[in-house]
Design a protein around this ligand. Structure first.
Ligand SMILES: [Zn+2]
Length: 129
């Protein structure tokens, strides 16, 4: 799945939530295929109480789960920072699952683009000499 598709899907999923904290979790297997997606419901309201979207994803995605992408938006669909809590992180470690936030994905992508640009510049500079 391409990054912008993942982010788009995560945002739309999070907007389904009627909570103030609109959070979605997308589950991917080792091949990077989307296997499950969920959002927080009212009884999970406020990150910090009840069951979180990422916990729900870990319990429902099955053994092929490798990565969870976590996303939080405001009611206009704007991305907001989100971090998995300690209990979700601990559970993820037990299962060997990596929880990534949309912000981390964007950041990784920035770094990748940066590295490509640097490589091109270096190549260019080499050709100049
Ligand atoms: Zn949590």
């Amino acid at each position: 799945m391409k990054l912008d598709h993942i982010i788009d899907k995560a945002k739309k999923k999070a907007l389904n939530s009627c909570c103030n904290y609109k959070i979605s979790a997308l589950s991917f297997n080792g091949k990077g295929e989307l296997i499950f997606s969920t959002f927080n419901r009212s009884r999970f309201d406020k990150h910090g109480g009840g069951q979180h979207a990422e916990m729900h994803a870990m319990l429902k995605s099955g053994p092929s789960l490798k990565t969870i992408v976590l996303c939080r938006v405001n009611k206009h669909g704007k991305l907001l920072p989100i971090h998995p809590c300690i209990s979700c992180k601990t559970k993820a470690q037990e299962l060997g699952v990596k929880i990534l936030t949309v912000h981390e994905l964007l950041w990784q992508n920035c770094q990748k683009i940066k590295n490509v640009v640097i490589a091109l510049l270096l190549k260019f500079a080499k050709n100049m000499t």
